[in-house]
Design a protein around this ligand. Structure first.
Ligand code: PLP
Length: 396
């Protein structure tokens, strides 16, 4: 490991973390993309030692690969974790983690507002395996604490949520979960390690869709989990056998993107705050969901557990989906697309993004108005973003 990467700032960590000198090829300054399925040895004894994990090295890239390892190490340093392992996507990180720790007869407690794909795992794939899933109202601590107290194997949290941007108190619920011996897993995709460190708040495992803020450029899919060496080893073992491995080229794209993580996220925090304040006073906007606004119900907890309020917000306009169909295409500096967390501003309604698989009734039941817009703030100049919103809202 390059010098000490623990007691340094997040920008220095994101640049130098995980970059091991002995792996830099021919004195290159950048981590090489090692496109090699296997690694060859000159003698059987060394090969055997590496295969047994008794000497450092790589055997086969489904298990480990130098470029992928550098990516894992960088995230590990940023999350302040003992270990990390990576996956082909965020959903692979989530499904492999749940498959590692849940067995028939087990119980998992979570919130109703988790990411759409995670919600499908909870509702469609876990129950047939004999796993009981208890999904609570996000923010209803009485219900969450009662469900945890009944006993569970895993408490699974995500904060802030998508697209409602609700906040959950990680420290409070982690303590309740540990009291019944449960493992606490937190999806930190929206906050990033720049704004929130779930392991410090009591989580056992923190995970990411690296396809979003970590990579930051919407050009590579990936997932990653961090935690204690023991827990990460168990999930790594499931993934090395089941094969949802991150590809070296994608690991490289994510590594390069991560070098600017703090610069990007701080800019996105600032831009999102300014956009939220602008929309909040706009006569054509109904409601703005952003934890940085003092009126947000989770503002106090967010101010405590986050060091920045993040780049994600949502808002609803008068006139529902029809209004959105008029307003969103008029934006000049925003992709209408399903992803988030990249340098460009990205917008979309839940009907085509997070809640595409729900009926209008189900969205209404989840408290998601048809006129909601999810707004992933990019790193553009803030005056341009606000002028763009102003001219587009004009059409309503
Ligand atoms: C996108 C996303 C995921 C899934 O990640 P993929 O890389 O698309 O598989 C999981 N959780 C959250 C919060 C996300 O935004």
């Amino acid at each position: 490991m390059r010098k000490n990467t623990q007691n340094i700032g997040k920008s220095t960590q994101s640049i130098w973390g995980g970059e091991q000198e002995h792996e830099l090829y021919e004195r290159s300054t950048q981590v090489p993309v090692v496109h090699s399925v296997s690694f060859a040895y000159k003698d059987i004894d060394t090969w055997h030692q590496v295969a047994l994990g008794q000497e450092p090295g790589h055997i086969y890239s489904r298990n480990t690969n130098p470029t992928v390892r550098a990516f894992e190490d960088k995230v590990k340093v940023l999350e302040g974790a003992e270990a990390a392992t990576s996956f082909a996507s965020g959903m692979a990180a989530i499904s492999n983690t749940l498959a590692t720790f849940l067995r028939p007869g087990d119980r998992i407690v979570s919130i109703k507002d988790s990411y759409g794909g995670t919600n499908v795992i909870f509702n469609e794939f876990l129950p047939p395996l004999g796993i009981e899933v208890s999904l609570c109202e996000t923010g209803d601590y009485a219900q969450l604490e009662a469900e945890i107290a009944k006993g569970c194997t895993v408490l699974y949290l995500e904060t802030p949520t998508n697209p409602t941007i609700k906040i959950t108190d990680i420290q409070r619920l982690a303590a309740k979960a540990h009291a019944v011996g449960a493992l606490v897993v937190v999806d930190n995709t929206f906050a990033t390690p720049i704004n929130q460190l779930p392991l410090e708040l009591g989580a056992d495992i923190v995970l990411h869709s690296a396809s979003k803020y970590l990579g930051g450029h919407a050009d590579a899919l990936g997932g990653v989990i961090c935690g204690s060496a023991d827990l990460v080893k168990q999930v790594y073992h499931y993934r090395e056998i089941n094969g949802a491995t991150l590809a070296p080229m994608d690991a490289y794209s994510l590594l390069r993107g991560m070098k600017t993580l703090k610069l990007r996220v701080e800019r996105q925090n600032d831009n999102a705050m300014a956009v939220a304040r602008y929309l909040d006073q706009h006569p054509k906007v109904d409601q703005v969901n952003y934890p940085g606004l003092e009126t947000h119900p989770g503002h106090a907890i967010a101010a405590q557990q986050m060091s920045g309020f993040g780049g994600m917000l949502s808002f609803s306009v008068h006139g529902g989906l029809d209004a959105i169909k008029t307003f969103l295409p008029r934006l000049n500096y925003a992709h209408m697309a399903a992803n988030l967390g990249c340098v460009e501003t990205v917008v979309g309604p839940p009907v085509t993004t997070s809640h595409v698989e729900c009926t209008a009734q189900e969205r209404a039941a989840a408290g998601i108005p048809e006129g909601l817009v999810r707004y992933s703030t990019g790193i553009e100049d803030i005056d341009d973003l606000i002028a763009d919103l102003a001219q587009a809202l004009e059409a309503l």
